[in-house]
Ligand binder design. Structure first.
Ligand code: KG4
Ligand code: ZN
Length: 342
């Protein structure tokens, strides 16, 4: 079965064709980063309009590359995300499904992220712990099976990627600043400033990054006033990164221990962070799995895969869904065991 996956929940238009026998057959992605960079963050209306411009040509490109006239099913991200942006894939998916007379399936964006690792060779078996770290989410999820998710902790304010982006902006780096900040940090001393490790001294598995952001802001302000900012930018970046990553790693270890899980899957854009990878490898005794970098960030393939797994269990929907907020825990657990698509 071939499933077309459409992703338009934020600032990336992602399309992929996934074959349940052959894996990813073709995929295409258009990033809107340049469009939003001048504003320092994603502008929802601009995002929706660009998805409208890009989505259909990308679908054509993927189907041409795959040599497929039309797929057997269509999966689209139905939420959580920017509602106007979500409506673009939702509308097109449902229109094409009518034209092609095929099933259409709404997919939870975070389920897509946490299943993306199943597209890799030797994917982890259930159960595992998922650390989902992106520009919009910071979550620890206990994954027992497809659709059986327990959110153990999430952020009370900023997502970790957002904290990277806002700190990068304070340091004069372009949006999205995460990768640039990580690069700048390589030239700095991570013990130059002792920034707070938010929520580490509190019980539980929730995160909070706004206090860390404020602490960095105060240091940046003082450095600017003292005319020293150029000399300490890299030190601030390195010290911030160390505090953020220490927090993620400590909570991940805490969750794995309390849930007695010896496999961790890391997904979402911040999963590309090298310090996070090194620290988890050094401090976690179990197995840590990552999707390859282009499957870590937003993409159509993870949506196609999640749709294929759910369709295999007989799920379908006949109305367009676009949900700004959508709890991962409300997803149903299918009745049958899903096939292995690795
Ligand atoms: O998953 P993603 O592509 O999109 C969302 O669903 O948000 O994640 C993007 C986020 C951005 O905040 C970006 O700055 C961050 O991931 N990011 C990084 C790195 N690469 C991307 N943050 C820290 N270090 C990196 N190397
Ligand atoms: Zn995402």
């Amino acid at each position: 079965m071939q499933v077309l996956g459409l992703e338009t929940s934020c600032d990336e238009t992602g399309v992929a064709l996934f074959d349940t026998e052959r894996g990813i057959v073709a995929q295409a992605l258009h990033s809107q980063i340049e469009l939003h960079a001048v504003y320092g963050g994603v502008v929802p209306e601009i995002a929706s309009r660009d998805h409208i411009r890009r989505l259909l040509p990308l679908v054509r490109e993927v189907l041409n590359e795959a040599g497929t006239e039309h797929p057997d099913a269509i999966a689209y991200t139905a939420g959580p995300g920017l509602v106007g942006a979500l409506m673009v894939a939702g509308g097109l998916a449902n229109g094409l499904a009518l034209a092609w007379d095929c099933p259409v399936i709404p997919v939870h964006h975070m389920e897509g992220h946490l299943l993306a690792v199943m597209l890799e060779d030797d994917p982890p078996a259930y159960p595992f712990l998922a650390l989902l770290v992106s520009g919009g989410h910071t979550m620890l999820v206990s994954v027992s099976a497809l659709g059986d998710y327990r959110v153990l902790g999430s952020t009370l304010d900023d997502a970790v990627g957002e904290a990277f982006d806002k700190t990068a902006k304070l340091l004069g780096l372009e949006y999205p600043g995460g990768p640039a900040l990580a690069q700048l940090a390589t030239a700095g001393a991570e013990d130059a400033y002792r920034f707070p490790r938010p929520m580490l001294n509190k019980e539980g598995l929730d995160f909070s990054f706004s206090g860390l952001k404020t602490a960095v802001m105060l240091v940046v302000r003082k450095a600017r006033a003292d005319g020293e900012i150029e000399a300490v930018r890299a030190d601030i970046a390195a010290s911030f990164q160390r505090a953020a990553i220490d927090t993620l790693v400590a909570k991940t270890l805490r969750a794995a221990k309390s849930e007695k899980l010896d496999r961790v899957v890391v997904a979402g854009g911040v999963g590309a962070n090298q310090l996070l990878r090194t620290e988890l490898a050094a401090r976690f005794s179990g197995r840590v799995c990552y999707p390859r970098p282009d499957l870590c960030t937003d993409n159509g393939a993870m949506i196609a895969l999640a749709g294929a797994m759910r369709l295999a269990d007989g799920e379908k929907a006949d109305n367009i869904q676009a949900l700004a907020r959508w709890s991962l825990e409300t997803l149903a657990r299918p009745q049958t065991t899903s096939p292995d698509y690795s």
